[in-house]
Design a protein around this ligand. Structure first.
Ligand SMILES: C[S@@+](CC[C@H](N)C(=O)[O-])C[C@H]1O[C@@H](n2cnc3c(N)ncnc32)[C@H](O)[C@@H]1O
Length: 216
């Protein structure tokens, strides 16, 4: 009989899955279809916190557009890959103001952000809330660390059944939760955010990804 996949927390699961995560980069990008980054506006000199940053799929393009990015994740192995990629890029950057000086990695939890109030211009969370049972605490923390007038940009994948991931220690499933799009907006509004965009990326008639821009 085939062995059942083990269901693991994000921290344990992504530490095991880090090595294979980037194989899916094009697939993940297809959920955003180029829609997310233009919604962030001008990035030059902006302080951005990328929560659940993973291997830097979003953090690195933000840095290359001039943002100073803090990449936070619960999985140190995922963040190690950001550091490796940064080293590769900064070797090809001749300007003193290198990519390395613009990105900081922090191991931490989205629900208890280790930053002062009013620190960031933008908080991003791409494919993070699928791993939070209830995103309220994270949204509240994001509000606290945003400067007045700053924006939170969240993507919400339409995924009812989490995929099985093959790792060198066998098949795993990373604990995931489905969030109804109207509920995401309702929670954000209840925390005093103003909703500026609520975009649905579609495949045919089915939405695959919700992207919300919420202003403090
Ligand atoms: C699907 S990946 C997305 C990575 C990246 N944002 C992207 O779009 O490619 C989800 C990431 O969120 C992280 N994560 C899950 N729960 C978290 C939490 N409570 N706090 C911080 N990071 C978390 C995982 O470790 C993983 O790296």
């Amino acid at each position: 009989m085939a062995k059942k996949a083990k269901v693991l927390s994000s921290e344990v699961g992504y530490n095991l899955a880090a090595d294979v995560y980037d194989e899916n980069e094009n697939y993940l990008n297809s959920f955003e279809q180029g829609e997310l980054i233009p919604l962030l506006g001008a990035l030059d000199g902006k302080r951005v916190l990328d929560v659940g940053a993973g291997t830097g799929r979003l953090s690195l393009p933000l840095v290359s557009r001039g943002a100073h990015v803090t990449a936070l994740d619960v999985s140190p192995k995922m963040l190690d890959l950001i550091k490796k990629k940064q080293r590769r890029v900064s070797m090809n950057v001749t300007r003193h103001d290198s990519v390395e000086s613009k990105i900081t990695t922090v191991v931490g939890d989205a629900e208890s952000l280790p930053f002062e109030n009013n620190t960031f211009d933008i908080v991003t969370a791409a494919f993070l809330i699928v791993h939070l049972k209830n995103p309220t605490r994270f949204f509240d923390e994001a509000y606290r660390v945003l400067k007045d007038g700053g924006i939170l940009v969240v993507t919400n994948i339409n995924q009812k059944d989490p995929p099985t991931v093959k790792t060198k220690e066998g098949k795993i499933i990373i604990e995931s939760f489905y969030h109804r799009p109207e509920k995401v907006v309702e929670i954000l509004e209840s925390l005093a955010y103003g909703i500026e965009e609520n975009v649905f990326v579609k495949e045919g008639s089915l939405w695959v990804d919700q992207i919300v821009v919420a202003r403090k």
